[in-house]
Ligand binder design. Structure first.
Ligand code: FES
Length: 81
């Protein structure tokens, strides 16, 4: 089971964390990946100074622009399943 955590701290909230979570949820649903990915929200990951929303993929730090959610999912999440 892969852990996908999106930061919902105030800086990331302003950078589109909510949209990112919605896109990830939609992709997980469309691709029937419920039994392979645990999508969670988390508090500040201390990545606020970096552009994009803080995201952890199995403990690995990333920062993702909300509009690049689909691209990120295909490149960094799906290959790890
Ligand atoms: S608020 Fe998201 S990394 Fe700090």
């Amino acid at each position: 089971m892969l852990d996908l955590t999106v930061c919902i701290g105030s800086a990331c909230h302003l950078k589109g964390a909510y949209n990112l979570i919605q896109t990830f949820q939609q992709l997980i649903e469309e691709k029937s990946l419920h039994d392979q990915i645990t999508l969670k929200s988390g508090f500040c990951m201390k990545l606020c100074h970096i552009p994009g929303v803080g995201v952890m993929v199995d403990g690995e730090e990333h920062h993702v622009a909300a509009e690049k959610a689909g691209e990120f999912f295909a490149k960094e999440v799906e290959p790890k399943l």
